[in-house]
Design a binder for this molecule. Structure first.
Ligand code: G4P
Length: 532
């Protein structure tokens, strides 16, 4: 009764943080991420009919295609968050770009989640991009839930897929449900928690929620005969191997609960939501740059994991997506930008998914807020209220493609500079500079070449500074120190440039050239740029 407002707000914050489940889907393109996103939203009844989130042929148009390039190529470049309630939980699904060229973007998104869903195509197993993103999750100790998708189509044997997960990720797969019927003959799943049977019924094209009925084991045996017996037998084998769910090893990133589903038919989606609510971690204290956890009920704090411009072509605005780490975000509050110690007014705050935007008034730990007019904010920036905090920087990927960029029209140099600076802040590409090249011809570095296309498109159309790009014959970057610059400068086809984060990068045409330089100069500092 006599509790101060601060105590009330602290307990509310704790309760709200506990309800939050913030996750992303990691997968190889085509595994069904967009379809699953639709299906999840459909189950949570965010949208009336699947297809409103990421439209597919024959369904409603996509809402994440604000860039013409995305439209033309049918890829999703921009990330945002979809928030919905399910049972008593609030689920934040952070969207990640599907194309491997934008994996750096995905990496940033993964810095803002508390769990990941690894979506695997039942026929293809673990593909390259899935493995790459899995490694990122492992680095960050992000608990992973595995979903074997497309079980409605012929695919690999379920036990063989489990062996592959174990063999290639080192995570012990602990299926929570086991498929009844082999891939291509998906009838339902055996619920391994109680041995009952959940039978799925198809609905028209998966556009509405699939029917689910629960039966006892003996009813299942009568209904499904051989397929049920096989499922029971295989589930028994898993039990003998100790492949039962264990919450501690899951949270420690050592085991992964597994579900089987068909995103397109909405099979297994309901189970996935339940697993997220029941097993996935809620928003907990985030560790700051000094290794100190910031309690979730401390005053507001968060960090920018993505900056996006040009989402609304009519307004040419710029949004900074902030993951709330502690406290309550209230629209209108004045927060401090940790790096500059400058105040930032949060007058305009939005929740964004694709083209859909809603004003956000309040947000809690785990939520994502899109701050509008965020010209001063960069990826990795920490924001706080009252008690200062800095969260660890978001490391960058090692670039493998390099291009010199120049303005086509020298009278547009001001626009050119502004555009380059903007793209750099957003992390669309990395920008490298040297005295030799000067400000008029910086080098753009990218993980995937499509990043250059985005940069070029935006320079031409958004910043009104048409550019020329010229490929450089480098493929490897290594971090070096200032004292090695003179040595490296004398080397043929090696160049040293500095990146905005202060790193000095030495660029090499290939690994033979790199090895040659290393042999010639024992002790030279050339560190690989690793994701950490
Ligand atoms: P992505 O975002 O991971 O790239 O994958 P997306 O959802 O776009 O799915 C890729 C293709 O796989 C789509 O087919 C989609 O319909 C299909 N798909 C997704 N989940 C399932 C599933 O559970 N079962 C089956 N059989 N197919 C699935 P498409 O031919 O590219 O498009 P569409 O015209 O069929 O929609």
């Amino acid at each position: 009764m006599n509790s101060s407002p601060a105590t009330v707000s602290s307990s509310t914050t704790l309760a709200e943080a506990k309800r939050r489940r913030t996750f992303a889907v990691i997968s190889h393109p085509d595994a069904g991420k967009s379809t699953l996103t639709e299906a999840l939203a459909l189950h949570a009844r965010v949208i009336g009919q699947a297809g409103a989130v990421h439209g597919k042929a024959g369904r409603r148009g996509t809402v994440s295609d604000w860039m013409s390039m995305e439209k033309e190529r049918g890829i999703s470049i921009s990330s945002a968050a979809l928030q919905f309630s399910y049972r008593d939980a609030v689920i934040n699904l952070l969207d990640t770009p599907g194309h491997a060229d934008f994996s750096e973007d995905t990496y940033r998104v993964l810095s803002a989640v508390d769990a990941a869903v690894m979506l695997v195509d039942a026929a293809k197993g673990l593909e390259t991009q899935t493995m790459k993103l899995f490694e990122v999750c492992r680095h960050r100790n992000i608990p992973i839930i595995t979903v074997i998708n497309k079980w409605d189509r012929p695919g690999q044997d379920a036990l063989a897929l489990m062996d592959e997960v174990l063999g290639r990720t080192g995570l012990t797969p602990t299926p929570l449900a086991w498929p009844v019927g082999e891939a291509g003959d998906f009838r339902g799943v055996l619920d391994r928690s109680d041995g009952s049977y959940i039978r799925f019924t198809r609905t028209d094209g998966g556009a509405t929620i699939a029917g689910e009925e629960r039966f006892t084991a003996s009813q299942a045996a009568e209904l499904e005969g051989e397929a049920w017996h096989t499922a029971e037998e295989e589930s028994g084998l898993l039990e003998l191997e100790g492949q039962q769910h264990d919450q501690d090893t899951f949270l420690a990133g050592k085991s992964t609960p597994v579900l089987f589903g068909s995103a397109v038919l909405n099979f297994g989606v309901h189970q996935l939501l339940d697993v997220l609510v029941d097993l996935a971690p809620s928003a907990e204290a985030r560790v700051d740059a000094h290794g100190e956890p910031r309690p979730v009920d401390a005053p507001f704090s968060g960090f920018v994991f993505k900056v996006q411009a040009g989402m609304d072509t009519a307004h040419r605005d710029r949004l900074a997506f902030v993951r709330v780490c502690s406290g309550v975000f209230e629209r209108g509050m004045i927060v401090t930008q940790a790096a500059s110690k400058k105040p930032f007014a949060t007058k305009y705050a939005q929740q964004v998914f694709g083209r859909d935007r809603e004003i956000i008034d309040t947000a809690y730990p785990g939520d994502v807020v899109g701050l509008v007019n965020a010209a001063a904010l960069r990826v990795g920036d920490s924001l706080y209220e009252a008690q200062p905090v800095s969260f660890p920087p978001i490391p960058t990927f090692a670039p493998e493609h390099f291009m010199v960029i120049r303005a086509k029209d020298s009278s547009k140099y001001k626009q050119f500079r502004r555009g380059i600076e903007q793209l750099d802040h957003e992390g669309v590409v990395q920008v490298l500079r040297s005295d030799l090249r000067g400000d008029q011809a910086p080098v753009l570095a990218a993980v995937g070449p499509m990043q250059f296309e985005v940069a070029e498109d935006r320079m031409n159309n958004e910043f009104n500074a048409p550019v020329k790009l010229e490929r450089l014959a480098f493929t490897i970057a290594r971090r070096t120190t200032p004292d090695w610059i003179p040595t490296l400068a004398r080397e043929r086809s090696v160049e040293v440039l500095s990146r905005t984060d202060g790193d000095l990068l030495a660029l090499f045409s290939d690994r033979w050239r790199l090895q040659g330089v290393e042999r010639e100069h024992p002790g030279i500092v050339l560190e690989p740029l690793v994701v950490s």
